[in-house]
Design a protein around this ligand. Structure first.
Ligand code: MEV
Length: 306
């Protein structure tokens, strides 16, 4: 084999971010914008990397190095090239998608038989090595794709068969620093465990309630539950003025509900809106300085392209 290319999707967390890092359930969906990782033969004396400008190379390096050490393979003989169809600033999980695609590309390159579950474990180890904490939810979306209910302990990765949601996605223009937000929340958990656990239990209850509503297509209720989830995220301290302005604008323009998606303090927000209000909701998000990003969700997980 001279080369192998694997792609993996970015993700949107629909419900349960942050609480999922502390063992509660969350729902994530894969999107149509993907990262690509190509491995090809190289004569160099070490593994070389070609990444787009500005892409953090620690994730792909951790995935490659840990895998090769585990498989007792020398760190040489190939080149790893990555590309990403979306801006890393959006908070769509580009780092985890790169790691997911890399571990699958290595499996193909070395002709191994690892299952997606094996790849998922390896990906989460690499992600935690770089950023310290993390539930693995982004890696679950990257590898398994579609829409899943996820819990860290187990882990539980439960596919949800749902018809596409009437989602509107807006980027705040600010990139969230996920590792530092996660450390800050960890400090809060140490200082005020009862308060933070109360928030997370409430979010967990919302996630449990929203599961059947998503499947039934009861978007009005899904929107209301997004609003409740957002209240708890605000209380946790991970929202921002800009996200709040975008969320308020979306709702005023007719969205059923809206919330931040991902780590918060930037990145993106999501709203559910009736089809006939979509345009007005998009315009409202843009009128307060957000950038509407049109994506498809509920898409395929990591797979070999060539
Ligand atoms: C980030 O997409 C979701 C967080 O819950 C972090 C994690 O689960 O690792 C904020």
């Amino acid at each position: 084999m001279n080369s192998v290319t694997v792609s993996a999707p970015g993700k949107l967390v629909l419900f349960g971010e942050h609480a999922v890092v502390y063992g509660r359930g969350a729902i994530v969906t894969a999107m149509d914008q993907r990262v690509r990782v190509t491995i090809e033969a190289s004569e160099q004396s070490d593994v070389s990397y070609e990444l787009p400008n500005g892409m953090d190379d620690r994730f792909v390096r951790a995935a490659v190095e840990q895998t090769l050490v585990e498989w007792k393979q020398p760190l040489k003989g190939f080149l790893v090239r990555t590309s990403c169809a979306f801006s890393e600033s959006f908070g769509f999980g580009s780092s985890s998608a790169v790691v997911g695609a890399t571990v699958m590309a290595l499996r193909e390159w070395f002709g191994r038989k690892d299952t997606k579950e094996d790849l998922f474990k390896r990906a989460v180890t690499a992600i935690r090595f770089v950023q310290g904490k993390g539930s693995g939810i982004d890696a679950a979306a990257a590898l398994f794709g579609k829409t899943v209910y996820f819990r860290m302990n187990g882990p539980v990765v439960e596919p949800m068969i749902l018809s596409p949601l009437p989602l509107v996605v807006g980027y705040s223009g600010q990139k969230a620093d996920t590792p530092s937000i996660l450390s800050e929340i960890a400090a809060k958990m140490t200082a005020q465990p009862e308060r933070v656990n109360r928030i997370y239990d409430a979010i967990d209850t919302i996630v449990t309630e929203v599961k059947p509503k998503l499947l039934e297509g009861d978007f009005e209720r899904v929107g209301k539950l997004m609003d409740f989830n957002q209240e708890y995220l605000r209380d946790l301290g991970v929202s921002s003025e800009k996200l709040e302005a975008m969320i308020a604008a979306a709702k005023k323009a007719g969205a059923w509900g809206a919330k931040l998606s991902g780590a918060g303090r930037g990145d993106s927000m999501i709203a559910v809106a009736p089809e006939e209000k979509r345009r007005a909701v998009e315009q409202a998000i843009e009128s307060v300085g957000g950038k509407v990003i049109r994506i498809l969700h509920n898409t395929e997980g990591a797979g070999v392209e060539a």
